[in-house]
Design a protein around this ligand. Structure first.
Ligand code: UDP
Length: 328
């Protein structure tokens, strides 16, 4: 029996594949390689290049491998881009997601771990954010994730599909082998590291007039290794017959954009000039998780998610892979 990992050649997917294989799990990866990298996976990982919503391809994968469960990462994930190009997000994340989950349900796959997002909450009414907090996204990316959450919940009620939707806060950091390499890169930590490396002249800071102590937005950064660990625990929870659930993946601690940049200055000991720019449309001012429920349901603790460890791991990976994933 194998676990299908869609988007398994992407940033969080590849670290999860690494973790699953380290535990001796059989894994098969489906990835369109638009953002993912074949080099992020060991050569012997069974791999199919294609779209997560390609029903014919999914039938072939299910035929070739007896699928027990799916961890569904494959999605576009840039907030700003989703505001500029919503159609791309609804087609890719929602339309393809519906096709994929329906096709898997038809193939008899009854367990899904889904990459959801804190973007489903929008501008929160209270901090920290619990899973019961109101969900009203401020951008199409968040809506695309919320739609899939609703779909999974309905499929559980109607068809008995069991799922865990993991609402990530800000994934960051790297494992020894796998790191963050997006094209183009929009996320804060890799962008600041590019400036530290001299690849970019200045960090654009998108707004310094938010209602936060230093005026820049606050986020809850979580190490990709802790995220990957939670996916594996979510799968084990479903295997034990656990209920479908929605769970926050964050640390409970928030850092402003300026605090992150300062931490990166300390770790890299490089000069990092910044330039204040207009706020990015769709950006909430403060997103910090209450991870209490996740800790209880999955017996999970963020083990390596202090900001310095996150930054140090991302920096070390970038020093080893200055151009990201490129064939040697
Ligand atoms: N940000 C920034 N400059 C950048 C990238 C991001 O000021 O080059 C800010 C962004 O406005 C947000 C925070 O950093 O407030 C985290 O953004 P990121 O894109 O990393 O994650 P998001 O929270 O949007 O998923």
């Amino acid at each position: 029996m194998a676990i299908l990992v869609t988007g398994g050649a992407g940033y969080i997917g590849s670290v999860t594949v690494e973790g699953l294989r380290a535990r001796g799990e059989a894994v098969v990866v489906l990835d369109d390689l638009v953002q993912g990298h074949r080099l992020a996976l060991d050569a012997d990982v069974p791999f199919y290049q294609g779209n997560a919503g390609d029903r014919k391809l999914l039938a072939r994968v299910a035929h070739d491998h007896k699928l027990e469960a799916c961890i569904h990462f494959a999605a576009l994930a840039s907030v700003g881009e989703s505001v500029a190009e919503p159609a791309k997000y609804f087609e890719n994340n929602v339309e393809q997601g519906i096709a994929m989950i329906s096709a898997l349900a038809q193939q008899g796959v009854r367990r899904v771990v889904f990459s959801s997002s804190c973007a489903t909450y929008g501008e929160p009414e209270q901090i920290p954010i619990t899973e019961q907090s109101r969900q009203w996204p401020t951008n199409p990316y968040g809506w695309s994730k919320l739609f899939l959450e609703r779909l999974l919940d309905s499929y559980d009620t109607a068809y008995g599909l069991k799922f865990v939707a993991l609402r990530y806060f800000n994934a960051a950091g790297a494992s020894e082998k796998c790191g963050e390499h997006h094209k183009p890169e929009t996320h804060l930590i890799p962008n600041v590291l590019s400036v530290a490396l001299g690849e970019q002249p200045v960090v654009p800071v998108f707004g310094n007039n938010y209602p936060t102590p230093d005026g820049t937005p606050i986020r809850d950064y979580i190490h990709v290794i802790d995220l990957a660990d939670a996916h594996i625990r979510a799968l084990e929870h479903l295997r034990r017959g656990g209920q479908s659930d929605f769970l926050n993946l964050g640390t409970g601690h928030g850092f402003s954009v300026f605090e992150v940049i300062e931490c990166i200055r300390e770790v890299t000991r490089r000069k990092i000039p910044v330039h204040i720019e207009s706020p990015r449309p769709g950006d909430p001012s403060r997103l910090v998780a209450d991870p209490t429920k996740t800790k209880a349901v999955l017996a999970w603790e963020p083990a390596v998610s202090d900001l310095r460890s996150i930054v140090r791991s991302a920096w070390n990976w970038r020093l080893r892979h200055p151009s990201g994933y490129v064939a040697q």
